[in-house]
Design a protein around this ligand. Structure first.
Ligand SMILES: [Mg+2]
Length: 343
């Protein structure tokens, strides 16, 4: 971290001035992050981290949260932003059947957020400890406008690495956890602010501090019967399309089988213009796992990950992607998810 922390010569702003403040900040971050595991020979405090490499394939991913695009400080605390910035990366490692190991963090502090470094790191460190991840270095800079937190994560592949490609006709389609909770949580937070947390705690927390399926992903990485795997970040419909396109297959999803939390149903009945089904299909940011399973391995997968719920079946590509509604009518399941690039 030392030598890579930049932007601390903001004398005119009077926020952090000179080398002493930089040392203080690095020390604060080091204390917040805590003692690294034995895998780390050198963590925060030199030009590079020095890390033991596992005798396995490595997984590498990066993802960032940007103020005004992915979050807003009006309803989200710096602690939660830090927590979530690491959570979304953990979810990608889980989505390959791997185990997360090392994180590097770049923070850009926007106007008004100059004092948030400690809280951002506290949030990140909380989830890092939960899943035995070492935060081994990073970089902090001032950002002229919005705040952002960019995390790079290195993980270790499991015995079986699961890709988006590999789904076969007649495989079962399954998910972990509930769908649509984060999307409705976001709507509630935007509508009523932090009150949403006390009125609808489960769905609000699903948005603010999602629980990535690290344990489940790691367990799935031991199994050969999983034929494809992805995490749901853009919504079930959009992420299912990634599997279908990569595997050149189609799918049938059963509306009745979609796992939707009671709070999602209740909140949607209170909010205008959203249904629980739409949230489950198109909501995004669930950070649950979506997979296809060869039917003869279903029992084995369920033993390893009891949370898994079957929601449909893989079809041939020519049969397309369809949804069987509760009234048994079958309709096309269109591609409409959260688009990170839209204004
Ligand atoms: Mg992903």
């Amino acid at each position: 971290m030392r030598g890579t922390i930049s932007g601390f010569y903001w004398g005119r702003k009077g926020i952090l001035t000179g080398i002493m403040r930089e040392f203080e900040l690095i020390e604060q971050i080091r204390q917040t992050v805590g003692k690294p595991s034995k895998r780390v020979l050198m963590g925060i405090g030199d030009d590079c981290a020095v890390l033991h490499s596992p005798k396995a394939r490595l997984l590498a991913t990066t993802d960032c949260l940007v103020e005004g695009v992915h979050f807003d400080f009006s309803y989200m605390s710096a602690f939660e932003v830090g927590f979530k910035a690491l959570a979304v990366n953990l979810s990608d490692i889980a989505a390959m059947g791997g185990k997360p190991l090392y994180a590097l963090v770049t923070i850009g502090l926007g106007k008004g957020a100059e004092q948030s470094v400690r809280e951002l790191y506290r949030g990140m460190s909380k989830i890092a400890r939960d899943f035995s991840v070492d935060i081994v270095g990073g970089n902090v800079s001032r950002s002229p406008r919005q705040t952002f937190v960019d995390v790079s994560l290195i993980g270790q592949a499991g015995l079986h690495t699961h890709f988006r490609k590999g789904a076969k006709k007649n495989d079962l389609i399954a998910v972990t956890g509930h769908l649509g909770a984060s999307a409705v949580g976001l709507r509630l937070l935007k509508t009523m602010g932090r009150v949403a947390l006390s009125r609808y705690p489960t769905v609000s927390r699903a948005h603010l501090m999602p629980s990535p399926r690290v344990i489940e992903g790691n367990a799935l990485g031991r199994l050969s019967g999983v034929t494809s795997l992805i995490d749901i970040s853009d919504g079930l419909a959009a992420d299912l399309q990634h599997i279908l396109a990569a595997s050149n297959v189609g799918a049938l999803i059963e509306q009745d089988a979609l796992p939707i939390h009671l709070q999602t149903e209740k909140a949607c009945s209170e909010l205008d213009g959203c249904t629980a089904l739409e949230c489950a299909l198109y909501g995004g940011e669930d950070y649950e796992l979506l997979m296809t399973i060869a039917p003869k391995y279903l029992a084995e997968v369920k033993r390893a990950v009891p949370k898994v719920k079957i929601i449909g079946q893989v079809l041939s590509a020519s049969q397309g992607c369809v949804l069987r509604r509760a009234n048994r009518v079958v309709q096309q399941l269109g591609l409409r998810g959260w688009d990170h690039l839209s204004p």
